[in-house]
Design a protein around this ligand. Sequence first.
Ligand code: CP
Length: 312
Amino acid sequence: MKKYTSINDIDHMLSWIEEAKEIKASPLKHNNLGKHKTLGLLFFNASLRTRLSTQKAALNLGMDPIVMNVSGDAWGIEFGDGTIMNGNTAEHIKEAAAVISQYCDVIAVRAFPSLKDKEQDEAEQVLQSFIQFASVPVISMESATEHPLQGFTDAITISENSTKKRPKVVLSWAPHIKALPHAVANSFVQAMHKMDVEFIITNPEGYNLNTAITKETPVSHNQVDAFKDADFIYTKNWSSYEDYGKILKTDTNWMLTKEKLGNAKFMHCLPVRRNVVAEDAVLDSDCSLVLEQANNRTYAAQLVLKKVLESL
Ligand code: CP
């Protein structure tokens, strides 16, 4: 596999899930595959889980991970073509990506959206520039519009915890004090489209996700209705897509409570703001899968890296 930047790069979700479960059962089985291979992890934005789980995955495969906080520690990178670089950027992506490719056998990139310009964010300039100018495979650790390592992780977690052949899965918008990207929600939607689940999205009016991604998925503006008979409830905030990047309301009624959760399992990608997105009683309950999701980030990343290493 030459790149992993989208859930759409997963050719067969069920076999990927089964293989990830095998890796989880024996994480060091392929610990020679990545020997003398270097993974470069480039962070334009903050991270806890992605940063550590992807390094852990690389170490389990015998790779040597090296990490750079690009925004803080590197020269300012210019992405524009033909730019007269007499401003704040000191190095062009053409040289930066080529140089990093000399040091790394695989490059992983995290670059969030601006949430100011939809067209610009959807062009995925940072990720696409690395794909264009790097000479080695590129993995997305969350781009402007997708978080495919998280989406695959969530599919694994649902598969592991489902007691039904076709569970009901609900993705619910949650309140938040900051405008957040759509990437986690988008990749979760794409992952559910590749699973045998009954899937519904619930969000307040004005918060519909990009219909090019949600496609035929039913959307309800009534959270209580949507939660009926749910087996899995995944809460996540995202800013408005229609009124791009805006917070239209911080309606606390949409916070997940234990009462609303009922008998469903609770999912969230973390980090989560307690008593804003979900109340303590949800996060502290046996129904919460959030720590298992975080655990599965390692095995999702490990399978992706394994497939990339096998193609080198
Ligand atoms: N879920 C997730 O991607 O966490 P981090 O932002 O901490 O990496």
